[in-house]
Design a protein around this ligand. Structure first.
Ligand code: MRU
Length: 375
């Protein structure tokens, strides 16, 4: 997608130094556009943990590049060679370090396992490093292409509503950031919105602020604005009110992990939006690439829910006089608990938008699209 008219992905290999990965450091958006250079596994683990990069698809792509950096680090130093056993032990250790950064988005473990399985087939350290780079690039490119396809399938839903609304804007409510910043490009929940806007369909997005990290007001609003999509930021609790007033035609959110039976883990607060949508008979769609399915589990209660530090709730940051400031917004002595995600049960989900098409949120329908996971 474009930033000030220039095309960017969220992560890429340095154009002249193959040992360096570049990524958009999202902590500074929307105030500053900062590109960070990462050249060690530890730096990549930190970038994921501290949310310089975030969002399911981008976490997966970052982990893919992280494993490539791990392979470089595990390889022979200038002074000596290394046994295959030692190389693999270093890789396993790096994999565990990366996996431990964030527990909910399944793309993280998926990308790491894909790298480990791939590298296990190569013999020499040099082959393993080359393969890891190829795989990291593949993971990123697939993520981009899958999101593009989600846009192509999801736009039909918006088009149908636009026909009925006869020229009036289609109002879409979204929670958190499941736009291109959460993936390598295009996004999941926002990909159909961009596709609709590019086709000239009138769309307007209600952007949930999404406390405590404010991915909605900081990131979703910024990227929609960069693309010229009309949008309005609302407080997290405002969605139900707007639905009751007939101001929401469709809810579209992303997912960090969806079970094979269709239960959806997404940013905390998503479940409440799904309940309100059900009560107001508003379609509630979840957009996700297949890398966000957890094929090993059926019940959403099995999904690990990240708990982040209480300081994210009790403090807020903002931009003033050319720098970021953090301020206290709660009594220092009050305890706080900061759940990152919740699970929306499949009965509240109208449908899933994937790169292979739209399906119902149930195991049979999901497996009709992804037959290779049937057993
Ligand atoms: O904690 P984050 O910012 O990594 O949260 C993940 C998300 O971006 C959202 O839950 C999103 O809606 C789904 S992931 C594309």
């Amino acid at each position: 997608m474009k930033v000030n008219g220039q095309h960017f992905r969220t992560i890429w290999l340095h154009p002249t130094n193959e040992r360096v990965v570049q990524l958009i450091d999202q902590r500074f958006l929307p105030h500053r556009f900062v590109v960070e250079e990462v050249s060690t596994v530890e730096q990549m683990a930190d970038a994921i943990r501290q949310m310089h990069v975030r969002g399911a698809g981008l976490i997966g792509a970052s982990a893919g590049y992280g494993m490539y950096l791990a392979a470089i680090e595990a390889g022979p130093s200038r002074t000596g060679s290394i046994s295959a056993k030692e190389f693999d032990a270093r890789l396993t250790e790096a994999a565990e370090r990366l996996k431990a950064t964030r527990p909910t988005a399944v793309n993280l473990a998926w990308a790491i396992e894909r790298q480990l399985t791939g590298m296990a087939k190569a013999k020499t350290a040099r082959e393993k490093i080359e393969l890891a780079l190829r795989t990291a690039r593949e993971i990123a490119t697939e993520d981009e292409e899958n999101c593009r396809m989600i846009g192509q399938h999801g736009v039909n839903l918006i088009e149908e509503i636009a026909r009925v609304k006869n020229g009036k804007p289609v109002n879409i409510l979204t929670h958190c950031n499941a736009g291109w910043l959460a993936f390598v490009d295009y996004g999941s929940a926002l990909a159909p919105v961009y596709a609709a806007h590019d086709r000239g369909l009138p769309v307007h997005v209600w952007v949930d602020e999404t406390r405590p990290r404010s991915q909605g007001s900081k990131l979703t609003a910024w990227e929609l604005g960069q693309h010229g999509v009309p949008h309005t930021i609302i407080a997290d609790g405002a969605g139900g009110h707007l639905m009751q007033r007939g101001a929401v035609d469709l809810v579209m959110v992303g997912s960090d992990r969806t079970t094979r039976a269709g239960d959806v883990a997404n940013k905390i607060g998503t479940y409440l939006k799904a309940l309100a949508a059900k009560d107001n008979k508003i379609p509630f769609y979840v957009a996700l690439p297949s890398s966000s399915f957890d094929w090993a589990i059926r019940d959403g209660s099995e999904i690990p829910i990240e708990e982040r530090g209480a300081e994210e709730l009790k403090r807020a940051d903002g931009w003033r006089n050319g720098r970021m400031w953090e301020v206290s917004v709660a009594p220092e002595s009050s305890p706080a608990v900061n759940y990152g995600f919740d699970v929306t049960p499949r009965r509240l989900v109208t449908g899933l938008i994937t790169e292979r098409g739209v399906c119902k949120a149930d195991e049979k329908s999901i497996l009709e699209l992804f037959i290779e996971h049937a057993s």
